[in-house]
Design a protein around this ligand. Structure first.
Ligand code: AMP
Length: 182
């Protein structure tokens, strides 16, 4: 069965770990726009340099450009049986540029306090309390409209992001089981 899944969650929610585990289980690819853009930013071309600048400034890549990159990536044969998307769409306008036609949108829920606590534990230089608060605020501004959009379309499942990696993965699989029984 073809599964086109979008995984959404704040930094610290363990989203990429959960995406990889699920991808392995379903034998499909994770498509991470952050990874694709970081790769592209390494190339010594005009596009590479422009993406590098945008990423280093912490801005978003232009909607038209990212939607085309995603559209081309999803057209490759390894996405034929489905994919797990991490990082797209980030604006409602991106959906109008290119809509990946998700079958299911899973949101890992974590309170800002818990997300903040987890990020502080990483002890990374850019993980100061101020920077963390700023990123969480950006996350909500960016993601809440997208979550609302998919909720209205009836595609959204929200999952408690608290617990062990295995517990959260189990909850995700239960959502999938529930959907396939419908
Ligand atoms: P991430 O690894 O998902 O945090 O993405 C890293 C960076 O890539 C972001 O800060 C953005 O600059 C850029 N990026 C990733 N996905 C998108 C997207 N869908 N639209 C625009 N920019 C993106």
């Amino acid at each position: 069965m073809k599964e086109r899944i979008l995984l959404i969650g704040p930094q610290g929610s363990g989203k990429s770990t959960q995406a990889s585990l699920l991808a392995e289980f379903l034998r499909i690819q994770v498509i991470s726009t952050g990874d694709i853009l970081r790769d592209l930013s390494q190339s010594d071309t005009e596009q590479g340099r422009s993406i590098k600048k945008i990423l280093s400034e912490g801005n978003l890549v232009d909607d038209g450009i990212i939607s085309q990159i995603v559209q081309e990536r999803l057209a490759k044969p390894d996405c034929e049986n489905g994919f797990i998307m991490d990082g797209y769409p980030r604006t409602l306008n991106q959906i109008s540029c290119f809509d990946p036609q998700f079958d299911l949108v899973i949101c890992l829920k974590l309170s800002d306090e818990e997300a903040g606590r987890r990020l502080l534990r990483r002890n990374r230089a850019d993980d100061t309390p101020e920077a963390i608060a700023q990123r969480l605020q950006l996350y909500h501004g960016e993601t809440d409209p997208i979550i609302d959009y998919y909720r209205q379309k009836g595609l959204l499942s929200e999952i408690d992001g608290l617990g062990t990696i295995e517990q959260v993965q189990q909850r995700i699989r239960e959502v999938l089981d529930g959907k396939n029984q419908k």
